[in-house]
Design a protein around this ligand. Structure first.
Ligand code: SF4
Length: 421
């Protein structure tokens, strides 16, 4: 029978100590019973997936789970089910060919000016959809000091690298001494302008964001952090306090969400998540289409679901609460947008607004100019909404004395209800 939070928390005076949380992670179905009623399927999966992908959960993250609802979005992210063992469309475990883009161990050099440096294979909690299932939790991907140094040497030898992402695994599983070792060496390289962290610690173990850590980060600016909240239930007071400590240290914080079936793939959840992030002063950055990785079919959605979600956000919340929906590929990230821009109709560019209204923006191409990109040629519907412009601009007959637009002014003020003639 699960114990309530109030029963468990006071029992542990070290509850807010991140090291205590790491040392007391839950590793078995029996231990998980302190928090939830695991289903028979969850119990079986914890055992049967143990040689496929590591499993453990921090007590902090476990207390966010609904004890009786197996569809709880926190549970779904981290407690395995036997769906992970069902057949998938691929066995692929490295869909971005990160291995092929790694000149030295755990250093992914895909974009010319940036590298992802997977400094550890350790995480506080193991997300069941993880992009790096092939390496995360696997001891052979942990790095020795000489391997860290080899990656730093590579960065030092490539002066085109201006941006280093420290990722993993989770780099904030390192203690301050190890982080300082890395940061001091990277900062000593003149061409490294920006150091970024990719970490789920504010989500899975916000107590890791200590004052000592923030003091350390502050010494090596510019440091940016991208974290990874997936659901509004993760936006706790503890998480907000961790973000606040980072902000006090001058660290900009962005968020990357993964689109997950049954967890955050509906407009209300996605809107609540992103608005909650903005309230915490975290900028929603990317919404990732879940990568095709064997054993995650039950967590992936068709791309149309994500595109629909994005359409439902646009115009219905603050612009900076809307992330960019992307798919990562071995050739870089692709924004998954159905274009709002339909094409060029003479002196107008025809587009669709968030609510489906067609708008013709007056936007003539100056004589003799060849734009660097050609829009498809389209016809404007006769009743399209627009702003009146002078006839001569569109090639229509000119009336010098009283210029009239080739569009008719309609009712309702600027931009409302006007159409091309
Ligand atoms: S925190 Fe990131 S690297 Fe670690 S298991 Fe989750 S998604 Fe993978």
């Amino acid at each position: 029978m699960p114990r309530s939070q109030s029963e468990v928390r006071p029992a542990h005076s070290q509850w807010g100590d991140w090291r205590w949380q790491m040392q007391n992670r839950i590793h078995s179905a029996d231990a998980l019973e302190d928090w939830i009623d695991p289903t028979d399927d969850e119990r079986a999966a914890i055992e049967k997936t143990s040689d496929v992908f590591r499993w453990n959960v921090t007590p902090y993250y476990a207390q966010l789970m609904d004890p009786t609802d197996p569809s709880c979005p926190i549970r779904r992210q981290v407690v395995p089910t036997t769906d992970e063992l069902a057949g998938d469309i691929v066995d692929e475990l490295d869909p971005l060919d990160e291995t092929g883009h790694s000149p030295v161990k755990n250093l992914v050099h895909n974009y010319e000016d940036r590298v992802a440096f997977c400094v550890t294979a350790e995480c506080a909690v193991y997300c069941r959809y993880c992009l790096r299932k092939r390496m995360v939790g696997d001891a052979s991907y942990f790095m020795r000091t000489d391997e860290h140094q080899a990656a730093i040497d590579y960065i030092a030898e490539h002066d085109e690298i201006r941006d280093v992402l420290l990722t993993g695994g989770d780099p904030l599983t390192f203690n301050e001494d190890n982080l300082e070792w890395l940061l001091s060496r990277l900062r000593a390289i003149d061409h490294v302008e920006l150091i970024r962290f990719g970490t789920r610690m504010p989500v899975k173990l916000p107590y890791r964001i200590t004052e000592d850590l923030c003091d350390l980060l502050e010494r090596y600016h510019p440091i940016w952090i991208n974290t990874h909240f997936n659901h509004p239930k993760e936006l706790t007071d503890e998480a907000a306090a961790a973000i606040d400590r980072l902000k006090q240290a001058g660290v900009p914080v962005g968020n990357q969400t993964v689109l997950l079936e049954g967890i955050n793939d509906d407009p209300d959840t996605m809107k609540a998540l992103n608005e909650g992030l903005v309230r915490m002063r975290v900028r929603p950055y990317y919404l990732y289409q879940a990568q095709v990785i064997g054993g995650t079919a039950h967590m992936r959605t068709p791309i149309e679901v994500g595109m629909h979600l994005m359409r439902r956000l646009r115009g219905r919340t603050s612009g900076f609460a809307i992330p960019t929906y992307v798919l990562d590929t071995p050739h870089g990230k692709v924004p998954l947008n159905r274009s709002y821009v339909k094409g060029r109709a003479g002196a107008y560019v025809l587009m669709e607004t968030y609510d489906g209204t067609l708008w013709a923006e007056p936007n003539p191409v100056p004589d003799g100019m060849k734009p660097p990109l050609q829009l498809p040629t389209v016809e404007c519907p006769a009743d399209v909404d627009t702003i009146p412009i002078r006839k001569e601009v569109t090639g229509a007959e000119t009336n010098e004395e009283e210029p009239t637009a080739p569009v008719s002014a309609g009712e309702g003020g600027a931009g409302a209800g006007r159409s091309l003639e």
